[in-house]
Design a protein around this ligand. Structure first.
Ligand code: M6R
Length: 609
């Protein structure tokens, strides 16, 4: 999604803005731009379609200024084109960057055209800059102009605004899209997330919904939605500037796949004792709340939704609680009937996914009192809006394809199963067994990462294919869904996942030698059933690629390729087998020369509906 960076400083801020944009590249974008107030008190701007490095190559050597804003745009209204890239400027006086969607832009555009404003883009954003200019002409004060203009907008926004009439001032605003303020010494910054500003500061203020910030070199003054001056605490980030470096790895995705043993160990740290899970890890009121819970509703999007689907098997099977799972964009527009003592669980890597945030707000509206967020981004909107929180400690995830966020979400769900199950008869022995298994997980993942070369050897069978089918049963069905999502999003091969028992109800018609069929086959009580389903594929001339527990008797033959996976407990199998599917998607995509970390048309944090 769109990324914003801005700065007011004594020094030239162009290099800070460009570095910030590079650090936001992972969010996904199709064009970029930068504007500063130059020495002659004019707004100087450069924009380009494509990557930030292309913008950098086009920058005028003389482009410099102490106040500036920059943007990466992910097209919503208006195609990816230079004229649609931000910053947008009105009458050489006001420049603005925006993340979000203005719903009433058409009405505003019509009204502004009647007032003689000239439009140079197809974006919804351009109406904001004209609206601010109009108010600035009336008031002569940028802060007042922005506040007045916001009153006429409907929709979501994070904004950074500058004017050559007040060259040392930057005004920022947030409603529905994330924005942080970076606190420097004699200089201040804004950005869509902390990562963009780590080279210049580790101290941050997080704007709340409806906040407007008046930012100069010396001061940051924040007003809430009611217009009252408010204090927002300054927080020290624990992320270092190189926490997001790629290191020895060719892509962030590969680095993040290999970080999983560490990410899982960190997610367990301080959450488990010798034989039990610490309930307080979910918040100091967790014990009281969990004791009342009679059902669970999980809501999430994409990969996080798949984690929720695995979680349902565990919550029902082990914790004995009814559990429903739904994608956020559906839940938020349905009229669900939820029991009053339902725990509403949101799962999200970024904590900024617009649909998930809206679903949480909707759940509150429906009267659900108890909410838990399992999230990887501290200080994200989701974390701040939830009653209970369990942070996955995956560290920054940069690759658009989610990997370590997924496996740490599964670990977090197992911790939840332990504490909820405790109130419903999981028993101390069951909990102790779960804790023991979790403790062995990082080492088990190291072992499957060592199968990398075997996975790579399968690449030629996939690289020229148009389609692939993924099969699993039980908890391995959502794992198959996740494997299919990984393959399609980074290699652009169409991939579908099916519960293996459903094959005969339709998808079997697709099976032939051109359709590789991937199956995940740990050794569990559904193995016999899976065996028969794989037979159905073989009988139709299909070629099978099976990740199998060595003990389960699936043998290599002319139509069957097998990678033998070290034995694992059924409870951990979804996590273990997912790692192999991540590696498969990664290597197939690399062989196709795809843009692994920033696949086309996708964004890392989907902050618009
Ligand atoms: O940040 P979130 O977990 O809320 O994001 C949800 C999805 O947008 C995300 O998982 C997406 O599906 C990934 N690109 C999948 O790899």
């Amino acid at each position: 999604m769109c990324g914003i960076v801005g700065a007011v400083a004594q020094r030239n801020v162009v290099p800070i803005l460009i570095e910030g944009l590079k650090r936001l590249e992972y969010r996904g974008y199709d064009s970029a731009g930068v504007a500063v107030i130059d020495k002659g008190r004019c707004i100087a701007r450069t924009r380009s379609v494509g990557k930030v490095r292309e913008l950098e190559a086009r920058l005028d050597v003389g482009l410099a200024g102490g106040t500036g804003i920059a943007h990466t745009r992910w097209a919503t209204h208006g195609r990816p084109a230079t004229e649609n890239a931000h910053p947008h400027i009105c009458r050489k006086t006001v420049a603005l960057v925006h993340n979000g969607i203005i719903e009433n832009h058409e009405a505003l555009r019509r009204a502004q055209m009647q007032l003689g404003y000239e439009f140079t883009s197809e974006t919804d954003t351009e109406v904001i800059v004209h609206e601010i200019y109009r108010r600035l002409a009336e008031t002569g004060d940028l802060l007042q102009a922005v506040r007045a203009a916001l009153g006429s907008l409907r929709g979501a926004y994070a904004l950074g605004v500058i004017t050559n009439q007040e060259p040392d001032r930057l005004v920022a605003a947030r409603r529905g899209s994330p924005l942080v303020i970076g606190i420097g010494i004699g200089e201040h910054f804004i950005a869509s997330d902390v990562a963009a500003l780590l080279p210049v500061t580790q101290r941050f203020m997080f704007l709340e919904e409806g906040d407007v910030a008046d930012i100069t070199r010396e001061a940051v003054t924040i007003y809430n939605a009611e217009g009252e001056q408010v204090e927002r605490p300054i927080k020290q980030s624990e992320m270092s500037a190189d926490a997001v470096a790629r290191g020895e790895y060719r892509h962030y995705m590969l680095k993040e796949i290999h970080e999983q043993p560490r990410a899982i160990a960190d997610t367990l740290e301080n959450r488990i004792g010798l034989h039990n899970v610490y309930e307080e890890a979910f918040g100091h009121t967790a014990a009281v709340i969990f004791a009342q819970i009679e059902a669970v509703q999980i809501v999430a999007c994409g990969t996080s939704y798949h984690a929720g689907l695995v979680g349902r098997y565990w919550l029902e099977g082990l914790a004995g609680l009814p559990c429903a799972v739904e994608v956020a964009s559906e839940f938020r527009y349905r009229k669900p009937r939820l029991a009053p003592n339902t725990l509403f669980v949101t799962l999200s890597q970024s904590g900024e996914t617009a649909d998930t945030l809206a679903a949480l707000a909707y759940a509150r509206q429906l009267g659900l009192a108890h909410t838990l967020s399992i999230c990887n981004a501290p200080e994200s909107s989701l974390v701040r809006a939830s009653e209970l929180v369990l942070m996955t400690q995956a560290g920054p995830e940069i690759g658009v394809a989610s990997t370590k966020a997924f496996t740490t979400q599964l670990v977090a769900l197992l911790l939840l199963v332990a504490v909820l199950g405790r109130h419903r008869g999981l028993g101390p022995a069951g909990e102790a067994q779960l804790v023991n298994l979790l403790r062995s997980l990082p080492t088990q993942i190291e072992q499957v990462l060592a199968l990398d070369a075997a996975v790579q050897a399968w690449v030629p069978y996939f690289a020229n294919k148009q389609h692939a089918l993924f099969l699993g049963r039980g908890t391995q069905y959502p794992v198959a869904m996740e494997g299919a999502l990984k393959l399609k999003e980074i290699s652009y091969i169409h991939a579908e996942a099916y519960p293996a028992g459903e094959l005969k109800h339709g998808p079997l018609a697709l099976v032939d030698s051109d359709m590789p069929v991937v199956a995940v086959a740990p050794n569990n009580e559904l193995l016999e059933k899976l065996h028969s389903n794989l037979q159905e594929v073989r009988a139709r001339g299909g070629e099978l690629f099976v990740f199998a527990d060595g003990a389960n008797g699936i043998r290599e033959d002319a139509q069957t390729h097998v990678i033998t996976v070290p034995p694992t407990d059924d409870l951990l199998a979804p996590i273990i087998y997912t790692v192999l599917l991540q590696l498969l998607a990664y290597h197939v995509a690399v062989s196709k020369g795809a843009d692994i970390d920033q696949p086309r048309n996708l964004a890392k944090s989907v902050t618009v509906e």
